[in-house]
Structures are given as C-alpha cells and as structure tokens.
Write a protein that binds this ligand. Sequence first.
Ligand code: TXA
Ligand code: MG
Length: 321
Amino acid sequence: MSGQIEKAAALLHAGELVAFPTETVYGLGADASNPEAVSKIFAAKGRPADHPLIVHIPGAEHLERWAREIPETAHALAKAFWPGPLTLILKRQPNVPDAVTGGQDTVGIRVPSHPLALELLHAFGGGIAAPSANRYGHVSPTTAQHVHDELGDAVAMILDGGPCRVGIESTIVDLTGTQAHILRPGMVSAFDLGRVLGRIPDAGGRDSPRVSGSLEAHYAPRTPLALLQPDVVIFAVREALAADQRIGVIAPMACPLSDERIVWRQISGEAAGFAHDIYALLRDLDSLGLARIVVQKPPQNENWRAVNDRLQRAVAGSGAG
Ligand code: TXA
Ligand code: MG
C-alpha cells in the first residue's frame, strides 16, 4: 500500500474529508459511518442537508452492511457492472446515519472501478460517503486540479488519479420498488441494464427532488450556455463577432473561421469520448470570461441519453453568477 493511500485512510478514520478519483468523476469522501464527518461534506459543498449521498464500498460482499432486503436483481447488477459506474438504491440498514440518506429509508451504494478508489476503500475497510467534489450546482470535477480549484481549502487531502475515464456521474437505479427505475442516466445504459434484468427499466419512475442530479439547474457553468443544432452554431458565432463578443464553442467539427475572439474546442463525435471531455471543457471555457458558450447539440438517441441529460441541466443552470 502506498504512503498516500495509508495517509488518506487514516484521515478518513479521523473524521476528515478526502477527495479521491473514481472512474466517473472525483468524489468528496468521508467515513460513511461517522455523522460528524459526513456533515463536513455538506458544509464544504454548500449542499442542502436532506440530499442523500452515495456510499462507496470495496466490493459487493459489503452490501449487507449497508442495505437490507436486497433483491436478486441487485446481486445480478452488481455482478455484471461492479466495480463500475452504477449506483444501486436499496433499503438501508438501520445503522446507516441519517446524514448519509437524507433521513430516507433507502441508501445509494456503488463499487467504483478506479484503482486508487479501490485501494483506498480496501485500506479504509468501510464505506466512504461521497458526492461529486464540486460546489453545489456546479460542474463535476474530472481532474484533481478541478477539485483543488474549487474545494482546495475545505479538504484535508486530494488523491490525484489523473483524468477520470468515464467523465460523467454514475447511472442510478432504484431497486426498492417492484420494478427497477433509472433515477439518473449514465454510461451504463438502459439497454445494458435490460440485458441483465430481462426488461429495460424506465426512466425516473419517482421524480424525487431528493436526487439533486434531477433538479433542473445542475452541472452548470457560470457563463450563459446554449445547445444549438450544427447548422445554427456558425450563425451564433457570426452574431457574436458582429457584436464584438468573445464566444466559446464545443463541437466535433474543426473551427471553420479564423478569429481570435472565437475559442473553439473540438470534442469527440462519439458519446463515450464526448462524456470523457465535456465537464473539463465547460470548466476551461467557463474560466475565460466569455460572453457565451455554445455546445453543438449531440444526436438525440439512447446512446447519448446521459450526455444530453447533463447538457440540458447545464443549460438550465448556466449564467447564474
Ligand atoms: O459517479 C458518481 O455517482 C459520483 C462518484 C463520486 O461516485 N457521485 C455522485 O454523487 O455523482 P452526487 O452526490 O453528486 O450525486 C449522487 C446522486 C444525488 O443526486 C443523490 O440525490 C442521489 O445520488 N442519491 C443518493 N442516495 C439516494 C437515495 N437513497 N435515493 C435517491 N437518490 C439518492
Ligand atoms: Mg454531484
């Protein structure tokens, strides 16, 4: 075990906050069995106290410590997708602190696949409660530098595991009802889940504000953001130039114009590549004081569902400061 991991595990045991990489985004971790430690997460993020947190565990064999009445579907999904970007909502064990569950009778659980996250979880030996390591409502961090920029003073330690492989948050599936529901789409798709469940789960059966990721304004940059069809992007750019404004563009094509007032970032035309880069690009453009940011609207199909979900929320919450 490396010294860094040992130190991070000791800090968690001491009730401190440790930011760590997962394959989706960076998490802001605390000992999930320690309500005082968990309360520090809410203070650092500026997040409402009734929004529940995901408990990260080292392996499915820890499920029973946190969840009860675990259905067969949970074991099947865990076997197929853990470690990986899937969170299961299950009935909680009575010992799970209210601070973690927002006082609900359910708990969100996942086994992340990033090697550093797994090392940390094994060294710590328990559950780590962790939301994305950003301020409430802002863009999730996908590098250690992002966490440092946003929460630097508020955390005892930031483990650097490089850029996150997936780039957007885990798929959340609610297994507490008679049928599985997707509460938050992610890169584990409805089809992927359907292959294991024998039935494609529907989206958001219970539209609960308890899922902060389901609030309209979330994952948002401060610069006004628009999602535009490919043929409209270039009109928006010309309009900005006519008004002598600086504009940021995120699109799969190369910049067709040469003008220093245009900050153009090319992004993958594939959903996985797009998800990998979108938060970092939004953060980068958001730091430049541009008049607006335009993102070329991706295809509206199932492959792109999770990406489109995050983009819509980013647009809804953008320009707020
Ligand atoms: O990929 C991820 O899920 C990342 C990494 C760090 O694991 N975490 C993450 O956490 O995105 P956060 O807190 O930013 O989003 C977790 C979502 C929230 O919208 C929360 O409301 C929901 O999970 N959630 C947690 N427990 C829940 C529960 N018992 N019932 C319903 N929703 C729950
Ligand atoms: Mg979040």
